[in-house]
Write a protein that binds this ligand. Structure first.
Ligand code: ADP
Ligand code: MG
Length: 257
C-alpha cells in the first residue's frame, strides 16, 4: 500500500469482502477468575473498533474468542450474523485474520515462505498461485524486495508488516490486531499504524486492541473501554475521549493521555 504498489486490489473501498462482528454476552473464566464477565460489542461491516483498557482487563481474551483460540464459557460471536461457535475452527481462522504483538513469523523460513506456507497448507493453493498472491501482498505492504530474506534480517516494523501481509493474503473478512505495535521501537510504530489505517479506509472490518490513543482517536469508528472483564463504556472516539462518563475511564485516560 505504498504509492509504488501497482499490483493488488484497487483503493476504492471494494477491496475486502468484510463482514460485521457482533460479540454477545461473552463470558470466560480461568479457574475461579472471571476474565470476561458478559462482553457485548458490535463492529459494523467495514468499520474499525479499537479496544482500550488496562492490562489484565480481558482485551486479548476477547479477541481470542472471535477466532476461537479461546472457547468462551457462554455467549457467542456472530460474523455477518453467523455464530462462530457453530463454525468449524479451521474455516473460521481463514475468515478471521489475527496479528499479534510478537509477529509469530517462522524464523527459519524466508519472508516469502512465511506467506506462502499457510496459503498452500490451509487454502490449498498451488505453489505458483501462492507465490503470486504472496508477492502481491508484500508489495501492498511496501516490502516487495524482502521476499528472500529471513525475518531476523528485517526490522521489527517490517516483520510486523510481513505478519499483516500474511494475514491479508488469506483473504480474511475480519482482522484482529492485538497490541501489534507494543514491541516496536518508537520510530517503527508509525509505519505499521499507517498501514492499519489504510486497511480501515479500504473497508476491512477491524478489531484493534491498542495502547496508541492517537490511533484509536483518529482511526476508530467505535472505541470500547474495557475494565475487569467488561466493556465499561463504548462509543464514537470523540465521545469516549472528550466526554468520558465513567470514573474508571476518566482515570484511565488521565494516566495514558
Ligand atoms: P489484557 O489483554 O487486557 O491484558 P488478558 O485477556 O490477556 O488481558 O487477560 C485477562 C486476565 O486473564 C488476566 O488476569 C490474565 O492473567 C488472565 N488469563 C489470560 N489468559 C489466561 C489463561 N490461559 N489462563 C489463566 N489465566 C489467564
Ligand atoms: Mg493483551
Amino acid at each position: 500500500m505504498t504509492s509504488s504498489a501497482t499490483q493488488g486490489p484497487p483503493r476504492d473501498g471494494a477491496t475486502f469482502t468484510s463482514v460485521s462482528v457482533e460479540v454477545r454476552d461473552l463470558r470466560v473464566s480461568f479457574g475461579t477468575s472471571e476474565v470476561l464477565r458478559g462482553v457485548d460489542l458490535r463492529v459494523e461491516r467495514g468499520q474499525t473498533a479499537c479496544v482500550i483498557g488496562p492490562s489484565g482487563s480481558g482485551k486479548s481474551t476477547l479477541l481470542r474468542c472471535v477466532n476461537r483460540l479461546q472457547e468462551p464459557d457462554s455467549g457467542d460471536v456472530l460474523l455477518a450474523g453467523e455464530s462462530v461457535i457453530a463454525t468449524d475452527p479451521d474455516a473460521l481462522r481463514q475468515r478471521v485474520g489475527m496479528v499479534f504483538q510478537h509477529f509469530n513469523l517462522f524464523p527459519h523460513r524466508t519472508v516469502l515462505d512465511n506467506i506462502t506456507l499457510p496459503l498452500r497448507k490451509v487454502r490449498k493453493l498451488a505453489r505458483d498461485r501462492a507465490e503470486e498472491t504472496a508477492r502481491t501482498w508484500l508489495a501492498e505492504v511496501g516490502l516487495a524486495d524482502k521476499a528472500p530474506y529471513r525475518p531476523a534480517q528485517l526490522s521489527g516494523g517490517q516483520q510486523q508488516r510481513v505478519a499483516i501481509a500474511r494475514a491479508l493474503a488469506m483473504d480474511p473478512e475480519v482482522m484482529l490486531f492485538d497490541e501489534v505495535t507494543s514491541a516496536l521501537d518508537p520510530e517503527l510504530v508509525k509505519g505499521v499504524l499507517g498501514l492499519m489505517a489504510e486497511l480501515g479506509e479500504r473497508g476491512m472490518t477491524m478489531l484493534v486492541v491498542t495502547h496508541e490513543m492517537g490511533f484509536a482517536r483518529q482511526v476508530s469508528d467505535t472505541v470500547a473501554f474495557m475494565d475487569r472483564g467488561r466493556v465499561v463504556e463504548a462509543g464514537p472516539p470523540e465521545q469516549v475521549f472528550e466526554q468520558p462518563e465513567s470514573p474508571r475511564l476518566r482515570t484511565f485516560l488521565s494516566q495514558v493521555l
